[in-house]
Design a protein around this ligand. Structure first.
Ligand code: ATP
Length: 583
């Protein structure tokens, strides 16, 4: 397919405000996409050159892209930068320059998707002396061969501004509709996605070998597995009634890590599948020293540890370690410990189908004794009192609560179900768990707060079935001045002139924000509400959070699709008010 044709699809996707229409356009695009382009088209749709977990960055900011535009259209760099200032979008500047140059080729004479993708990949992998010059030169050559609309979209890719609002589940639906005309393949595609996290690989396998080959895709070293997640139950009794005798572990409030070992090579992935190996050198070293297998995938919670006070530090402190600079200094000041809690793969065997008990046994022998990686302790509880003892012990030690695990359950990638259940401490009059929300808009305030340009935040949760973000509450009080400023800064790049396609809200904020920024919110209660769309689905009442307050920014370890789901909200609504342990 010509890149100019793909650019037309980008433009249709960008103009769409309805999720169903996104799927239709994608299905049309994919049904015309040849098998050797389906992976690259998929990555480009998300403004990328590889799946999320591969840290391939193009490494060109607005200024270098402006240089390339100037060179492509024989213009002065300052003219390009003036356009950029006026239009606020380097892509729009490129389009104008291409139109005015009068040199634009006819669309049918322009390069195909493959050629553009390969050029961008070349640019991304060029490094060393003179690399900037080569990057600018390659981009300029490509721009000179493209029509104005294609120039616009091409220039948005290096600067990370190609935001078409197409989420991963929407792409999977697009594949299914393109192949069979409905979404009946979605479940099978989703299983492969949960185990490999690579949409391009799934698309290419489906196109080349069909759905049965997709069914054979499975866990592999180097592809992060989407994590198994925990459900909530309101009390110790409810947990044991649901799970039967269960393994009880302390719940550590740190940073979830999935560690892949392949011989001497170690990769560490975060909760949202980003590669974080560079930030956690002592865990990588300890993996080589302590893991008794050639290849392995295991999971644990990393916590910063203060050797002077012999204390573990909370999430906020641990996340300081995620800042990539000064890793060596912070590693000394706040070394990490990893509490390993599950294992998925050992020496070529995918062991996720084994029971929890069997996997724990494998984990015990996999991890050799050492200072950095510890296997988290567990007891098997038959009675509520045994569970409560661990819970109280955890809370006294400053931890959040416990995790209960069903003894005969497999590891189900990407699933939130009752194989794992969390029980957290809570103040009376508060929900037992925080809710991860996504900012979808803000409302300008009056008075002091207007100094920060924000008066209240409109936030949503994730409707997994429909792959959209319906509103659930407004957060207007309780933020410090610094937090308002931070909200504003984080949301700024995602401000949108129109309601984003995957956002659903009856309220109209002053400014829409693309669903990108994840915040953790604590509320007193979930109520039914005619104002918010979460869970409304054509009915008169949705669900809302009462007295919400910001606890932390979570976009470091959560993608918007990792936010709390509507389905979870409905369940939390039904369970609220119970006490985790008897008073
Ligand atoms: P989630 O990760 O489920 O979306 P969340 O980020 O809000 O939710 P919690 O619900 O508080 O986190 O807890 C689940 C997380 O707890 C797991 O993802 C994992 O990172 C962490 N965790 C801590 N201790 C354990 C443990 N012993 N076993 C499993 N997970 C644990």
């Amino acid at each position: 397919m010509l890149f100019s044709e793909l650019a037309h699809y980008f433009s249709r996707l960008e103009e769409t405000t309805k999720r169903n229409a996104l799927v239709e356009i994608l299905a049309e695009l994919f049904s015309k996409t040849p098998e050797d382009e389906v992976a690259s088209t998929t990555y480009l749709l998300q403004g990328r050159l590889a799946p999320f977990f591969k840290p391939i960055e193009i490494g060109m900011g607005n200024n270098y892209v402006a240089d390339a535009i100037a060179r492509a259209f024989d213009a002065d760099r300052t003219v390009v930068l003036q356009r950029f200032d006026r239009l606020g979008d380097i892509g729009a500047a490129a389009r104008e320059m291409a139109e005015e140059s009068g040199k634009a080729p006819r669309p049918e004479d322009t390069p195909d998707v493959r050629a553009v993708f390969d050029t961008l990949t070349n640019i991304a992998t060029t490094s060393g002396a003179g690399s900037i010059e080569r990057k600018v030169g390659d981009l300029a050559t490509m721009l000179a061969q493209l029509d104005p609309l294609s120039c616009m979209y091409l220039c948005r890719i290096p600067v990370g501004k190609l935001r078409l609002g197409v989420g991963d589940p929407t792409i999977l639906d697009g594949y299914s509709f393109a192949k069979v005309g409905d979404k009946s393949l979605r479940k099978r595609l989703e299983r492969a996605y949960n185990e490999t996290s690579d949409l391009g690989l799934i698309g290419e396998t489906l196109w080349r070998e069909g759905i049965d080959a997709v069914d054979r895709l499975s866990i592999q070293i180097g592809n992060p597995v989407r994590p198994a997640l925990a459900e909530r139950l309101p009390s110790a009794e409810a947990i044991l009634t649901k799970l039967g005798p269960a393994a009880i572990e302390k719940k550590f409030d740190g940073f979830r890590c999935q560690i892949h070992k392949l011989g001497d090579e170690v990769r560490i992935y975060s909760r949202n599948l980003e590669e974080m190996t560079g930030a956690f050198p002592e865990i990588a070293d300890a993996t080589l020293a302590q893991v008794a297998a050639e290849t392995a995938i295991f999971e644990g919670e990393a916590l910063a540890y203060n050797p002077l006070s012999d204390e573990y530090l909370p999430f906020q402190e641990t996340t300081r370690r995620r800042r990539k600079h000064n890793v060596a200094d912070t590693a000394l000041e706040l070394p990490l410990r990893l509490f390993a809690f599950d294992v998925l793969y050992i020496d070529g065997d995918n062991i996720t189908p084994l029971t929890y008990t069997e996997r724990r046994e494998r984990l015990q022998t996999l991890i050799r004794p050492g200072d950095t990686i510890l296997v988290s302790e567990e007891i098997v509880a038959n009675e509520a009192s045994e569970l409560i003892t661990v819970f109280n012990d955890a809370v006294q030690g400053g931890l959040e609560g416990i995790m209960a695990k069903k003894l005969d359950s497999p590891y189900q990638a990407g699933a939130r179900n009752y194989n794992w259940v969390k029980l957290k401490r809570a103040q009376s009059g508060e929900l037992q768990d925080t809710v991860d929300c996504v900012v979808i808009g803000y409302i300008y305030g009056r008075g002091k707060r207007s100094a920060f340009g924000v008066g209240a935040l409109l936030v949503g949760v994730y409707d997994q079935e429909r792959d959209i973000f319906p509103s659930i509450t407004k957060i207007g009080t309780g933020l410090t001045d610094a937090e308002w400023r931070e909200v504003r800064e984080r949301c700024e790049p995602y401000v949108s002139a129109e309601k984003p396609a995957r956002v659903e809200s009856l309220l109209q904020p002053s400014v829409w924000v693309e669903p990108e920024v994840v915040i953790e919110v604590l509320a007193d209660e979930i109520t039914r509400s005619p104002v918010h769309s979460a869970g409304m689905n054509g009915e008169k009442q949705g669900y809302a959070l009462r007295f919400p307050r910001l606890i932390s920014f979570r976009d470091l370890d959560k993608r918007p699709e990792d936010a709390t789901t509507v389905q979870e909200i409905v369940e939390m609504y039904g369970k609220q008010g119970a006490k985790p342990v008897p008073a």
